[in-house]
Design a protein around this ligand. Structure first.
Ligand code: NAD
Ligand code: ZN
Length: 346
């Protein structure tokens, strides 16, 4: 079968590899669609090898069950679904509480095993998955379903965890209206009556934000925090969701979040928010505000995201590519030329 593999730092290629063998508790999935996340670009540019043998990328996977392991009795060949990306232990205190994204078995700062980041992922014709990670999607289109596995899951999780801040009359800022951000705007719209301010570098992205339900759009720059303060009577936004996470956006969040507000850092750009309060009341971190580094989401966040899509409340702007054209799709994502989510079809 064909698979898109990371062979060396910075090098991806389509390679011919064997169809994976499955164990007794696994499923073999015939991939229908696989989304490209900006995290795949971070991985591509990671300076050291993730593992010795080539790694098939792809953690946003939708497809059909092709084969069922001998110990699995709850799934059937032909079922359609997506893959929950936290391959957690399922039995630790966090997992049984539903917080599989912070599974204790993964250690303090590690993440649970994730397809395409350790085990082989779904940018291929077939992928092996643990049966537990399969989540049915009914008749949802594969191109729409694949981005539910991360773009929607992660956005939904960050927003659900901040919903007490999203009362009517509040303001929520979405920084970065890409694959995750344009979904986040729709999730905010569906779950709350908050006023949504979307921030991005590009006009196309800001236009997309408007179509997704943003009330106000702002071009990202050194003046953006001041503009947000102006829009909120000097107090700041009750919630700031940062889907970029570089130094300038972390700074923007620190300077525009309200007292007692929520800063949710999702983007993995390596920025560090300076959260020291300024006793003189200057532009620093306001009293009572909280910051959370948000990773993935729970299984129930995924089920909720799928339900939103099935109800027509969440539509991913998809840029479709054949698997054979993956290199071009990665280049376009890197150049900021993808609107919404790039999705590969094998
Ligand atoms: P993307 O490339 O699709 O979108 C990023 C958007 O941010 C683009 O629209 C871009 O124009 C915009 N942008 C870039 N710099 C900006 C700036 N300074 N100000 C405002 N906007 C700016 O990326 P994505 O797939 O949506 O991923 C977003 C980030 O989230 C990445 O860092 C990714 O690795 C991370 N991520 C984190 C998790 C998690 O669990 N924490 C999960 C998935 C993705
Ligand atoms: Zn666990």
């Amino acid at each position: 079968m064909k698979a898109l593999q990371l062979t060396d730092p910075g090098v991806i290629e389509i390679r011919e590899v064997p169809v994976p063998e499955i164990g007794p508790s696994d499923l073999l999935i015939r991939v229908g669609a696989a989304g490209i996340c900006h995290s795949d670009l971070h991985l591509l540019h990671f300076p050291v090898k993730m593992r010795e043998e080539p790694l098939t990328l792809g953690h946003e996977i939708a497809g059909t069950i092709e084969a069922v392991g001998s110990d699995v009795d709850v799934r059937q060949v032909g079922e359609r679904g997506i893959v929950y990306l936290c391959w957690s232990c399922g039995v630790c205190r966090e997992c049984i509480s539903g917080n599989e994204n912070v599974c204790l078995a993964a250690g303090r700062t590690a993440m649970p095993p994730c397809p395409g980041l350790g085990p082989d992922g779904g940018m291929a014709e077939y992928v092996r998955i643990p049966a537990r990670s399969f989540v049915p999607i009914g008749d949802l289109d594969f191109l729409q379903a694949a981005p539910m596995a991360d773009a929607a899951l992660t956005s939904y999780h960050a927003i659900r965890g901040a919903r007490e801040h999203l009362r009517p009359g509040s303001t929520a800022v979405v920084i970065g209206v890409g694959g995750l951000g344009h979904v986040a705007v729709q999730v905010l719209r569906a779950l709350s009556a908050t006023r949504i301010v979307a921030v991005d570098l590009g006009q196309d992205q800001l236009d997309l934000a408007k179509r997704c339900g943003a009330d106000i759009t702002l071009e990202s720059g050194p003046d953006t925090a001041r503009q947000i303060l102006e829009l909120t009577g000097g107090r700041g936004a009750e919630a700031v969701f940062d889907f970029v996470g570089v130094g300038p956006t972390a700074q923007m969040a620190v300077e525009s979040v309200a007292p007692n507000g929520a800063y949710r850092m999702v983007g993995l750009g390596g920025g560090v928010p300076g959260v020291t309060a300024d006793p003189a009341g200057g532009p620093g971190w306001p009293w009572g505000a909280s910051v959370r580094k948000s990773y993935g989401g729970t299984r129930s966040d995924l089920v909720d995201s799928i339900a939103l899509a099935q109800a027509g409340r969440l539509t991913v702007e998809v840029d479709r590519f054949d698997l054979a054209d993956a290199r071009e799709a990665f280049d376009r994502l890197e150049a900021g030329k993808i609107r919404g989510r790039a999705v590969l079809v094998p």
